[in-house]
Ligand binder design. Structure first.
Ligand code: CDP
Ligand code: MG
Length: 186
């Protein structure tokens, strides 16, 4: 069984989407093992979004594709956009309370990413959380000088899941219990 970290970001909390976001994971049979509402400090937000080369290079590539698919030229460098987006993300994450959740189950990391949907809500599948609840896009966020408001965060690999869970929760905040449908789901 895998565990992954989900954050209902401040935009998701402020739009009243906490319940529906968590319900999307519960109803496929994934188990909530930890949950809390936190107003992140700058230190916590910086720790959650470290400026790593692998991260900003992937972010540069998808942002470039998003711009070019709309016929808008894109000239930023990977480190340039990485630094800029990270600053915007830290500002957004510290702007209001976040709900942090640990979700456990079969292939939890990839299944949760699938349910959350693509980073760019404009291109996210309509049934995903990001596709269902917003129309935001890279260029709109940039024009308004803010991070893309895409409702939720989800860990993207086993390594980041482990690190992110440890960033938001202590070991004794993670609970163990049996769901009534566990033997049928798994
Ligand atoms: O959240 P996800 O893992 O899908 O994407 P990411 O590449 O790790 O980027 C983290 C967050 O940065 C995104 O969820 C967006 O909120 C934000 N972002 C942005 O504001 N502008 C971009 N051009 C790319 C990402
Ligand atoms: Mg990410």
């Amino acid at each position: 069984m895998e565990s992954t970290l989900v954050l209902v970001k401040p935009d998701g909390v402020q739009r009243g989407l906490i319940g529906i976001v968590i319900n999307r994971f519960e109803r496929v049979g994934l188990k909530v093992t930890a949950m809390k509402m936190v107003l992140p400090t700058r230190e916590l937000a910086e720790k959650h979004y470290p400026l790593e080369k692998e991260w900003y290079e992937a972010l540069w590539k998808k942002t470039k594709e998003g711009y070019e698919s709309k016929g808008i030229p894109f000239k930023e460098t990977p480190i340039g956009i990485g630094t800029r987006v990270r600053n915007g993300l830290i500002e957004a994450l510290t702007s209001g309370p976040v709900v942090a959740v640990v979700v456990e189950g079969n292939s939890a990391i990839s299944i949760v990413r699938k349910i959350v949907g693509a980073t760019n809500p404009e291109k996210a599948d309509p049934g995903s959380i990001r596709g269902m609840f917003t129309t935001d896009s890279y260029d709109l966020a940039d024009r308004n000088k803010r991070a893309v408001r895409n409702i939720a965060h989800a860990s993207d690999s086993p390594e980041t899941a482990k690190k992110e869970i440890a960033t938001w929760f202590t070991k004794d905040e993670i609970n163990r219990y049996k769901r009534a449908d566990e033997d049928i789901v798994n």
